[in-house]
Design a protein around this ligand. Structure first.
Ligand code: SAM
Length: 222
């Protein structure tokens, strides 16, 4: 059996009893970065061995994992934080399991955009999850597409591109849409900054110390 196991996005307490049981009992944990997952395992005194599974080796390793699963091993997949498969490796392995009729299950748990979306206070009955925009090629055409979408938009963004992103929201979606920058969710310095793109640009320009950490950008619909 393959278990897709979400892990905390900041606060190490945000993991379910079942996830801990699975991580302790499987034969091996596939981890995006074994050093990061080691911190979580140490916190809960879990000794299970790990194997690297990330964007650079998922093609090569998938076949081997399928063989191990077929041979009766129990395997867990985790990413550095949150739900595997959401802007993280996971999709290829799940697809391969389906194609091979291999059993798997997805445990429920943290994923950053849900906290950001709900905490923004913007309508979340309908929304579009964009994840990371392409850094260069294709970025402008994604903005053109997003501009045509009337509902709440959800983006993952690096702090290095926050100011550029706010400028692009202004250019492509206009100066009036409400925007929420949700930073450091579940961590000590969790913050939600809300305003129009020009207002947030001005605020972050005068508070450059806040242009850091992990962030999700939510844009209210039209
Ligand atoms: N699999 C993860 C999930 O389920 O949310 C997402 C992984 S993606 C590689 C990392 C991005 O998620 C970050 O750049 C940021 O946009 C967002 N993120 C992760 N943890 C966060 C946190 N604690 N606060 C705000 N954003 C976070």
């Amino acid at each position: 059996m393959l278990y897709i196991v979400p892990t905390p996005i900041g606060h190490l307490g945000d993991i379910t009893h079942r996830a801990l049981e699975v991580l302790a009992e499987v034969d091996i944990i596939l981890a995006e970065d074994t050093r990061i997952t080691k911190r979580l395992l140490s916190r809960y005194d879990i000794q299970t061995s790990m194997k690297a599974y990330h964007a650079h080796n998922e093609h090569q390793v998938t076949e081997e994992i399928l063989q191990r699963l077929a041979g009766g091993e129990n395997i867990a997949l985790v990413s550095d934080a949150g739900m595997p498969g959401i802007s993280d490796p996971g999709f290829m392995l799940v697809r391969a399991c389906r194609a091979a009729d291999q059993d798997f299950t997805v445990l429920p748990g943290p994923t950053a955009f849900v906290n950001a979306l709900v905490g923004s206070g913007f309508p979340c009955d309908r929304f579009f999850f964009e994840g990371f925009l392409p850094h260069k090629k294709g970025r402008q055409s994604r903005w053109k597409f997003l501009a045509s979408f009337p509902h709440t938009l959800v983006l993952y963004e690096s702090p290095y591109r926050l100011m550029k992103c706010l400028e692009e929201i202004h250019t492509h979606l206009g100066p009036d849409r409400n925007v929420c920058v949700a930073r450091e969710l579940t961590k000590l310095h969790e913050e939600f900054h809300i305003g129009t793109a020009p207002e947030l640009t001005e605020w972050f320009e005068t508070h450059p110390e806040k242009v850091k950490g992990e962030m999700v950008i939510i844009i209210a619909g039209e």
